[in-house]
Design a protein around this ligand. Structure first.
Ligand SMILES: [Zn+2]
Length: 308
């Protein structure tokens, strides 16, 4: 069979077209795959970039966290310092308050002392006695049941009378019948009494030595005491049970005997008792010392507590 020239051309053309088409197809397919791969590569890059961005963000975040932790530690330290400072300050304030309290106490004592009559613990003598114009800050009448029969009403220092009545009550509980002969005496009463002394004893009584306890009576804190049996200010009182009771107990109520037996200061007066406050009376009793043998400056230290 003889193919015509046109047929050969047609066949060759067809083959060429098929070849071209197949090649084109293959080329196109390859291009697609290439595109897909590039797409995938791009995605991978994007993913990697994203990943590294996240990693660096994470690293930043962890740096930030460590910084915050450091700052927190600093703040914690500052807080502790502040707490210490606060404690210091508070303890300083406490000390300051203590000082203020001490100062207030001292001022209170000074104020209290300023209100206490310093004559109340004064020693008197033939040459040193109370001013004639002196009067106690207040006097109160002693309950009449304690006054010796036939004697006038008697008065005692208003701030010491409680101590006196406590003593008289305590004695009564022990069946000791103490009676007041005389207590507060004004200067005028004393002068008239001295007048009587003068009449009895003559010019020898014309000095205050006639009754050295004169000043003490004018203070309002001193009394002459006896029992109905003894009946007055007599030396025989020294033999009474009541006198023994006073020696054993009067100090508990702040009373002392001004002129005890054997004293070198003045004649023995067992009936004459003076209020000097419980602290001083107790200390005198303990040391077996008498008021008039003590130094005035030592005595004065008891003034603040005399009415306590
Ligand atoms: Zn007296």
């Amino acid at each position: 069979m003889k193919l015509s020239h046109d047929t050969i051309l047609y066949i060759c053309g067809s083959v060429a077209v098929i070849g071209i088409l197949s090649t084109s197809y293959l080329l196109l397919k390859t291009q697609d795959q290439k595109d897909t791969i590039e797409g995938l590569l791009q995605e991978r890059n994007v993913f990697l970039q994203e990943n590294s961005r996240k990693e660096s963000a994470l690293a930043n975040a962890s740096t930030t966290i460590s910084e915050i932790q450091r700052e927190l530690a600093d703040v914690q330290e500052d807080l502790e310092d502040l707490d210490d400072d606060y404690r210091d300050e508070r303890s300083k304030n406490g000390e300051f308050e203590d000082q203020l309290r001490d100062l207030a106490g001292t001022l209170g004592d000074l104020d209290k002392l300023a209100k206490i009559d310093e004559e109340l613990l004064q020693k008197y003598s033939k040459v040193y006695f109370l001013n004639e114009n002196y009067t106690p800050e207040k006097i109160k009448q002693i309950d009449e049941k304690y006054i010796l029969n036939g004697k006038d009403v008697a008065f005692f220092h208003g701030r010491a009378i409680k101590h006196l009545e406590d003593m008289l009550k305590a004695a009564a509980r022990d069946d000791i019948d103490l009676k007041v002969v005389s207590a507060y005496r004004s200067f005028d009463e004393q002068t008239s009494l001295k007048g009587q002394f003068t009449q009895v004893y003559g010019s020898g009584a014309n000095t205050f030595s006639a009754d050295q306890g004169y000043s003490e009576h004018q203070l309002g804190t001193t009394l002459d005491i006896t029992t109905p049996e003894v009946g007055g200010t007599y030396n025989s009182f020294a033999n009474s049970e009541a006198y023994g009771w006073l020696l054993d107990n009067a100090y508990k109520y702040g009373f002392i005997i001004s002129y005890p037996e054997g004293n070198t200061f003045y004649v023995f007066e067992p009936w004459h008792w003076r209020f000097v406050g419980t602290d001083l009376a107790r200390d005198l009793n303990r040391s077996d010392e008498s008021f008039y043998d003590m130094e005035q400056r030592e005595i004065d230290e008891y003034l603040l507590e005399i009415f306590d």
